[in-house]
Design a protein around this ligand. Structure first.
Ligand SMILES: N[C@@H](CCC(=O)N[C@@H](CS)C(=O)NCC(=O)O)C(=O)O
Length: 216
């Protein structure tokens, strides 16, 4: 199988880390969802976003949560980062859902400032997004006890929270410092030392001057 995306995309990175955690053989095709590659991406994902998982039979799976669900099904139940049923599954999915929402709002603001002409940025909107991001991350921080959301095992919730928090800190360092999420920071510091995280270092910011690209 082939993962299409970039490690600088936190959604792609959590899939890449999960592939490595499970030891699933895969290739990676580095692609950014803007500029000249936008139209090519649209040929395989109608909404031209990353990540995309290309399966060996030619099928494409999109949306990181859906891809993770597919990867979970490839390993035995006892190895799954999200169990296939039960209250733990619901808890992990809820934690991942809040983490995704927090980072979605952060990405919205990043795009707003990168792509929109400065005088057209609508500040009440970006302020609301920032508040939602901070509320989401603070909530996650408050759920952590001794570095885990529950029990002592690493689940998809720890991986996703660590990836998304690291992304937020890299993009908006001072904003994140003000959130004072010490537990999330400790989790991120721990996870960034593990092999799957070390092997998926983000490539860097959206290059200056990168355009939105076109659909055609
Ligand atoms: N909900 C999606 C979000 C994916 C997403 O926003 N990817 C970004 C890159 S970090 C992207 O493709 N952005 C381009 C666009 O939205 O047009 C997921 O979890 O996979």
């Amino acid at each position: 199988m082939k993962l299409i995306g970039a490690y600088s995309s936190p959604y792609t990175r959590r899939v890449a880390i999960t592939l490595r955690h499970y030891g699933i053989a895969h290739d990676i095709k580095k692609v950014t969802p803007f500029g000249r590659t936008k139209a090519r991406l649209r040929q395989i994902n109608p909404v031209a976003r990353i990540p995309i998982l290309a399966l060996d039979d030619g099928e494409f799976v999109t949306e990181s949560q859906v891809i993770l669900d597919y990867l979970d099904m490839l390993v035995p139940e006892h190895q799954r980062l999200t169990p296939s049923s039960g209250p733990e599954r619901r808890k992990i999915q809820n934690l991942c859902g809040i983490a995704s929402a927090a980072v979605d709002k952060l990405v919205t603001v990043l795009y707003e400032f990168h792509f929109r002409p400065k005088d057209k940025v609508y500040k009440p909107w970006t302020k609301m997004c920032d508040e939602q991001t901070a509320d989401g991350f603070r909530w996650l921080d408050a759920q952590l006890v001794n570095g885990r959301f529950f029990g002592s095992q690493i689940t998809q919730a720890e991986i996703t929270a660590a990836v998304f928090w690291q992304f937020a800190v890299e993009k908006r360092t001072r904003f994140c410092e003000r959130m004072d999420c010490t537990q999330l920071q400790a989790l991120s510091d721990e996870m960034e030392q593990t092999a799957p995280f070390l092997a998926t270092t983000p490539e860097g910011p959206i290059p200056e001057g990168m355009t939105l690209g076109t659909r055609e």
